[in-house]
Write a protein that binds this ligand. Structure first.
Ligand code: TRP
Length: 328
């Protein structure tokens, strides 16, 4: 079994794009691999300035991960800040990566440019070192990531190779893998763009916790294309194609087969809304059950934390020993 690590930041509500694009694959993968899923609140701290939101977002995301179907008996779901090893190894990573390498990270350049008028923290700059610590602590063989994260896995490999060369073989070299194709969900109001909270307003985004009536409304108002035929054609009919892909993902069929069932946009929109409501109903109810039973939720998180810490503590000890730091 391969050790697989993927992490998610607790910044904002989980939407349909997150679910169909990634989380549903996490659930499917938990029986094939030894999976670790970190809620990386320290990474979110690079852009968090408001008090009393990060903890609640972290807990809510944990409830959501269990609600979508991660099984605490097989998947290790943990909170990054609960394990001091992440911060401890991150410093060592910072001393193993160069200023030049960090300066070349495209995500840093983009984020720093977008935040020009805001506070650009040093943490935003050293972010990849913390991410390298996340990955290397778990001896992860595979890290499933989208294209925007590939550079972060590459730099992690470079750091691991450099450390192993300096101090002796310590870290497993991770590999970026392309996640099993999930649905690529586009914004309902702007189907040329990915569904993403950073680029659009709420009317184009379906949140997993939206009320059923709101979900149906969003689909009813979804932007479609000129013409009136329901055919699956991503290039020429992106709005309709998006609805068909969502419907297919929600009902386990193909977009082509879904298209054959409809002759009008209106019926397609209504059916897609209804299918999404039905798919999300058990997730919503499990989520609220857990959020209303904080003791149980805390117990599930602690189990993941404990299991993660066993691995992380052993790896950190190995790194300290390899460097030859003075044991206390
Ligand atoms: N940087 C990742 C993102 O923004 C989140 C992340 C942090 C991560 N640590 C990780 C992803 C380790 C994979 C492995 O999506």
């Amino acid at each position: 079994m391969a050790r697989v690590l993927s992490c998610i930041q607790p910044t904002g509500e989980v939407h349909l794009g997150n679910y169909l694009g990634a989380l549903r694959n996490w659930v499917g993968g938990q029986h094939e691999n030894d999976v670790f899923h970190g809620i990386v609140d320290l990474h979110a701290l690079t852009v968090t300035e408001t008090p009393n939101v990060l903890g609640e977002n972290t807990l809510s995301l944990a409830a959501m991960l269990f609600a979508v179907g991660l099984d605490p008996d097989v998947a290790t779901v943990f909170v990054q800040s609960h394990l001091p090893q992440h911060s401890q190894l991150a410093w060592i990573m910072e001393c193993t990566v160069s200023y030049g390498e960090l300066s070349r990270m495209t995500q840093f350049k983009d984020k720093a440019a977008r935040r020009e008028a805001d506070f650009v923290s040093a943490g935003l700059f050293t972010y990849p070192a913390l991410q390298a610590a996340d990955i290397l602590l778990y001896d992860a063989h595979e890290v499933p990531v989208g294209d925007d994260q590939r550079q972060h896995i590459e730099i992690t490999r470079d750091i691991a190779i450099r450390f192993n060369h300096r101090f002796g073989d310590t870290f497993v070299l991770p590999k970026a893998v392309t996640p099993k194709a999930g649905a690529r969900v586009m914004d309902l109001q702007n189907p040329d763009n990915k569904m993403s909270k950073s680029t659009s307003g709420d009317s184009g985004i379906v949140y997993l916790l939206d009320e059923p009536a709101a979900i149906e409304r969003k689909f009813k108002r979804a932007v479609t294309d000129s013409g009136s035929d329901v055919v699956y054609d991503r290039a020429n009919k992106p709005g309709v194609a998006n609805l068909l892909e969502i419907l297919a993902a929600a009902t386990n069929t193909t977009p082509e087969a879904a298209a054959a069932q409809f002759s009008q946009y209106g019926a397609l929109k209504a059916a897609t809304g209804a299918a999404v409501v039905e798919m999300l109903a058990p997730i919503r109810s499990r989520y609220h059950e857990l959020m209303n039973d904080r003791g149980e939720l805390a117990r599930l998180v602690r189990r993941g934390d404990d299991r993660a810490e066993q691995v992380a503590a052993a790896t950190l000890a190995r790194a300290h020993a390899a460097i030859g730091m003075l044991p206390r």
